[in-house]
Design a protein around this ligand. Structure first.
Ligand SMILES: CC(=O)N[C@@H](CCCN)C(=O)O
Ligand SMILES: [Zn+2]
Ligand SMILES: [Zn+2]
Length: 383
């Protein structure tokens, strides 16, 4: 085909160069508009019909849907998120925004999770003859997957698309993922009272109280592991991770405020209502001892767990194409929402082990294999 779209490496470089960090911490959170514009231009270059959707309650964030539409139903939807997690300054061996080629790997923030997927999709589409298209092909690029999933939620609730199949290109090492855990993110703030450290009775030390909170949460963690075993997952029980803690300012002041961020990844055998009750049950002794001093909040809406419950014909076809049986994952994805509009499978290049890491990389061998798989998927669902 004779498109004016740039070469693969030029595209990949530009995607990595364009920051699109999302965070629940406002000072770090960024608009994804530049990234969305870049992607839109590339899909325009391929003569796709491109539409942007502003995602409500965000700082200027957008979803993009690029389509070649045939009829009004069915077809294939390839989906990815536009945002990356933040990065640790100084802990990278290369500039996270410069695509770096070393030892048959590409390094950069988002190479595997998951800007590389878009670069490979574009590279694949370049060589497809759309005159032969029998069913629609859509590419969805969402905002805020790493935080609230508000992009996927907004899209799911407002689209009239009903694809035959949705592929989410998260890094699964090209193994189909058909189930994953749910995700709950919580903040616990302890409000104490400051005072001179020479006399403990002059204040209420919020770090001391947080110490008790943490010890209760670790007990809850043990309870989850004992009571809610669920086979199929690699980590076959709900996990609880203490993710961030901050508070206080000086060694010689009683600490007046301390905040803890944590997440719970839950298996399908426990619901969020039960989890909420358990959190309160474990923390109640502290809440009673220190009335009004604990504030427990959700950082974002709970993300439900996901299980593929559609036609086995598509699943078998996809397992055949990649020559791998499907598995369950411990992380979570936008499949929890997108599955409402069509059968959804998570399948993408690179390993989740390199996601959210310093020196994030994607093995170059994934590029041609993924192109072939995408080509077969498009051939099966659209041509
Ligand atoms: C694949 C992946 O890393 N997904 C994110 C989504 C977080 C949504 N709050 C995770 O599992 O942490
Ligand atoms: Zn991801
Ligand atoms: Zn991620």
């Amino acid at each position: 085909m004779n498109y004016k779209i740039p070469l693969f490496l030029e595209i990949f470089t530009s995607l990595i160069q364009t920051p699109s960090i999302s965070s629940t911490i406002q000072t770090i959170d960024m608009s994804n508009k530049n990234f969305i514009d870049l992607l839109s231009n590339y899909f325009n270059d391929l003569d796709f019909f491109v539409k942007l959707y502003k995602v409500p309650h965000t700082i200027n964030k957008f979803n993009m849907l690029a389509s070649k539409t045939v009829g009004n139903r069915g077809g294939l939807l390839l989906s990815g998120h536009t945002d990356t997690v933040p990065y640790d300054d100084n802990l990278w061996d290369s500039d996270p925004f410069i695509l770096t080629n070393k030892n048959n790997k590409y390094y950069g923030l988002g190479v595997v999770d998951m800007k590389g997927f878009f670069a490979i999709v574009l590279e694949t589409l370049k060589y497809i003859c759309f005159k032969k298209l029998k069913r629609s092909i859509h590419i969805l690029a969402t905002a805020d997957e790493e935080t609230t999933m508000s992009g996927a939620i907004h899209f799911t609730n407002n689209t009239c698309l009903k694809p035959d199949c949705i592929i989410i290109g998260e890094p699964t090492s090209l193994i189909p993922v058909i189930s994953h855990k749910g995700h709950m993110s919580i903040s616990v703030m302890v409000k104490g009272q400051s005072g001179h450290s020479s006399n403990p009775s002059l204040g209420i030390n919020s770090i001391d109280i947080m110490y008790d909170v943490i010890s209760k949460l670790l007990q809850l963690r043990t309870f989850f592991k004992k009571k809610y075993m669920y086979n199929g997952f690699n980590i076959n029980y709900p996990t609880l991770n203490l993710g961030k803690i901050y508070g206080g300012d000086s060694a010689n002041r009683i600490c007046s405020s301390c905040t803890l961020l944590l997440d719970i990844r839950y298996t399908p055998n426990i619901d969020t209502k039960t989890i909420n009750i358990l959190i309160l049950k474990y923390l109640n002794p502290i809440i009673n001892k220190w009335p009004q001093r604990l504030e427990i909040k959700k950082i974002h809406e709970d993300i439900p767990s996901y299980y593929y419950k559609h036609s086995n014909i598509f699943l078998k076809k996809i397992e055949n194409i990649v020559n791998k049986s499907s598995i369950y994952a411990d992380y979570c994805t936008e499949a929890s929402f997108l599955q409402k509009i069509g059968p959804t499978i998570i399948l993408g290049p690179g390993s989740i082990n390199q996601a959210h890491q310093n020196n994030e990389f994607i093995d170059q061998s994934y590029i041609s294999i993924t192109r072939n798989i995408l080509w077969e998927l498009i051939n099966y669902f659209c041509l």
